[in-house]
Design a protein around this ligand. Structure first.
Ligand code: MF3
Ligand code: CO
Ligand code: CO
Length: 288
């Protein structure tokens, strides 16, 4: 929790006690100051409504894709289905052509030791696989970003553990979110759970502000950090912990420049939600 002598959450650079203490209610200056101090876009009502709609559709598309992920199905077939679903809901897949080199597909499919940014291809899913499917869609210019794991058939105890741990890390870190909580506190929750389960937390990729753009400030690291920025109402961002069964280090494929794998080939798992900070708490926007 923010204490009296900390910098005020409104971005004024005054001490909390000299500024908005004891009420965290008067946040009228936060949008201006957060943009100026941190580049963080505090959303207005209309933007929040748009982001909520985009997030609901992202969640629906993700759910349908997860249900289609079965033994024998290729990740390319999942990408084709994703294209159909994006058309059906009249939304744009944000990954397609994103970044440099341009991401070539509409979703990310990250299998087993792939940590994130896996590219759909002709690989058939098989018994014993774990797969992350990551959907980001754009509706009327607003973004919703969410991902989940799918377990294919019978998987090893180690894979079960890393999937369950990544889910627990996400959901437990969401529970603490409310105005005044600082960004570093999110990672503290995640690191503690991962350690208890003898798993590691990836630090080369982070959660992020989202909504008006795909990746906005601030970064939301999942590993120990010292980002003192307090959360304020109408912030929207993702938490998306990547949890490894072995070492935390990943390496990006030098050929495709996207696929990130664990360096020890041990499995990795990830779940992601887009979150809205509300006046007293938070809302998970990417629930069905
Ligand atoms: N959806 C991913 C995230 O959670 C980003 C994917 S970028 C892409 O931030 F280009 F690989 F699609
Ligand atoms: Co994301
Ligand atoms: Co994502």
């Amino acid at each position: 929790m923010i204490s009296r002598n900390d910098p005020c959450w409104c971005g004024s650079n005054k001490k909390f006690k000299k500024c908005h203490y004891p009420q965290l209610k008067n946040n009228s200056e936060a949008p201006k100051n957060y943009l100026k101090s941190y580049g963080i876009i505090i959303k207005n009502k209309k933007q929040v409504e748009g982001i909520k709609r985009a997030c609901k559709i992202a969640a629906k598309i993700l759910d349908k894709l997860c249900k289609a992920a079965k033994t024998g199905v290729t990740t390319l077939e999942l990408d084709n289905l994703a294209n159909d679903l994006h058309k059906k809901y009249d939304v744009i897949p944000a990954p397609l052509n994103y970044g440099s080199p341009p991401f070539p597909k509409s979703i990310c499919t990250s299998l087993n030791d792939v940590v994130c940014h896996g590219i759909p291809d002709k690989t058939k899913l098989k018994d014993g696989d774990i797969l992350n499917i990551d959907v980001t869609c754009i509706l009327d210019g607003y973004y919703g970003d969410t991902s989940r794991m799918v377990i294919i058939g019978e998987v090893s105890e180690e894979k079960k553990k890393v999937v369950a741990t990544s889910y627990q890390c996400l959901m437990e870190s969401i529970k603490i979110l409310k105005p005044g909580i600082k960004i570093f506190e999110i990672a503290n929750v995640i690191e503690k759970i991962a350690k208890e389960k003898d798993c590691s937390v990836v630090n080369q990729f982070v959660g992020h502000g989202v909504g008006i753009g795909f990746h906005e400030p601030p970064q939301i690291p999942h590993s120990y950090n010292d980002i003192q920025i307090p959360l304020v109402p109408a912030m929207t961002f993702t938490i998306e912990p990547m949890i490894n069964a072995g070492l935390r280090e990943c390496a990006v494929d030098p050929e495709d420049k996207w696929t990130a794998k664990t360096i020890d080939s041990e499995p990795s798992a990830q779940f992601e939600h887009t979150i809205l900070i509300t006046e007293n708490s938070h809302e998970i926007l990417t629930l069905l």
